[in-house]
Design a protein around this ligand. Structure first.
Ligand SMILES: [Zn+2]
Length: 423
């Protein structure tokens, strides 16, 4: 081989290697802490930059001194931003550097036949596969399930609720659980699917599951934000909001968990359509929120327990998030989440923080759990599943089952305790 040609081949090979394997080419997630007010303001600025996505907290406005910040940075800006952080003496470290590889791992195995491969519930599913799974499940268990269309999304994707019931006559109590309000929190819809499978498989085998399904109906909305979820599979894995378009704004999407009519758009939400915590044009402006509120309003008398499943940060939360004031049954709900967190720690050796939303994280008005509580569903909870930031939104498929097992332990502990109270 002639030397020039050899050089060209070597350079090309080097390029391929860098593209595929060299971590410096990848997007990164940094863990950053601001030590001074000046640093906090600078970090707010940096995290508003287009080339970054704030993982935690949910919005730059929540960044304060000593608040841990998880910031996703596109590869093209990594060196520029890390230099800036060094120049301003920030304390920071790389939290995740193999983001592309993790994303690939999450979408791998997904075929058009979601039943292939056996481990259906230990991997992530595209929107089409979720619809398919829910449909198949309802067909296979006509005696225990009912598929209910409660509305459709901005892009006209259906919003299906699967109603689970034991093999018995009608009951007057029900539980609601929604997953996937925020598009990028993939473990959330994975948990709803896992829960459905687990409940149907172990009914009449596991005493706790049997009690739950015999004493109440369980309504499950596996994917509340189908448009956003689809977008995370096709275009932007880091997307959070829905995909609604507003005339006069080039920014897309509303944060559905700021769009409920619960102290709507006060401190902790944003009226800027470009913000990740944009509250929408008015309360319940979004079709996804309208569908859920309409359904829950018409089932207000039977629904006693409300769960909304999110990730990440391992927290068991209850109202209020829109004010620091305590709800009337604060102590009761505190004891419930405490018991659930203890159970997770004992059985799975994992730590979950717990308490009211505003006191445990930060003010977040317009949330679904606060709205449900104010409707009279006084056992209302928001869970933040695994992890604590090791993988963040990119939780690998091999951790799905442990995340689901511990979330199930918490749901079960609370549901059974509430059923006892309602006797
Ligand atoms: Zn969320």
């Amino acid at each position: 081989m002639r030397p020039l040609l050899l050089l060209a081949v070597l350079i090309c090979f080097h390029c391929i290697l860098r593209k595929c394997f060299c971590t410096s080419e990848q997007d990164k997630v940094l863990f950053i802490i601001a030590a001074t007010q000046e640093q906090a303001s600078l970090l707010q600025n940096i995290s508003s930059h287009n080339e970054t996505v704030l993982w935690q907290p949910a919005s730059p406005s929540h960044i304060a001194v000593k608040t841990p910040v998880h910031l996703y940075i596109q590869s093209s800006s990594v060196s520029q931003i890390t230099e800036l952080l060094r120049a301003h003496q920030f304390s920071f470290r790389v939290m995740l550097e193999n983001t592309q590889q993790l994303i690939q791992e999450q979408i791998r195995n997904d075929t058009t036949d979601p039943k292939s491969g056996g481990m259906t519930y230990e991997r992530y599913h595209s929107l089409e596969d979720i619809y398919h799974l829910v449909n198949i499940t309802s067909q296979e268990h006509p005696d225990m399930t009912k598929l209910i269309l409660i509305g459709s999304s901005f892009e006209k994707n259906p919003l299906y609720v699967l109603k689970l019931s034991g093999r018995r006559g009608p009951v007057d109590k029900a539980m609601w659980m929604d997953c996937g309000i925020h598009a990028r929190e993939w473990i959330s819809p994975a948990f709803c699917l896992w829960f459905i499978k687990f409940a149907l498989t172990f009914y009449k085998q596991n005493a706790d599951i049997t009690t739950m399904l015999d004493e109440m109906d369980i309504y499950i909305l596996p994917i509340m934000n189908p448009d956003g979820y689809k977008y995370t599979w096709t275009t932007n894995r880091m997307w959070r909001k829905n995909r609604s378009v507003r005339e006069g704004s080039s920014c897309v999407g509303v944060d559905l968990n700021r769009n409920f009519d619960a102290n709507w758009c006060t401190r902790g939400a944003s009226s800027n359509p470009c913000s990740d915590i944009y509250c929408g044009q008015y309360p319940e402006s979004e079709p996804e929120v309208q569908a859920v509120t309409k359904f829950l309003r018409s089932h207000k008398d039977s629904v006693k327990i409300y769960f909304s499943i999110h990730s990440y940060s391992q927290m068991l939360l209850f109202p209020y998030s829109y004010t620091h004031e305590e709800i009337p049954n604060h102590t009761e709900l505190y004891e419930l989440v405490q018991e659930a967190a203890l159970k997770i720690r004992r059985h799975y050796r994992n730590q979950y923080r717990y308490g009211s939303g505003a006191k445990t994280i930060y003010l977040a008005p317009g949330g679904s759990d606060d709205w449900a509580y104010d409707q009279g569903i006084t056992y209302s909870f928001t869970f933040e599943l695994q992890d604590l930031g090791r993988y963040g939104f990119l939780l690998p498929p091999n951790l799905i089952s442990s995340a689901c097992n511990e979330a199930f332990a918490a749901v079960k502990t609370i549901a059974l305790r509430v059923l006892e109270k309602l006797q």
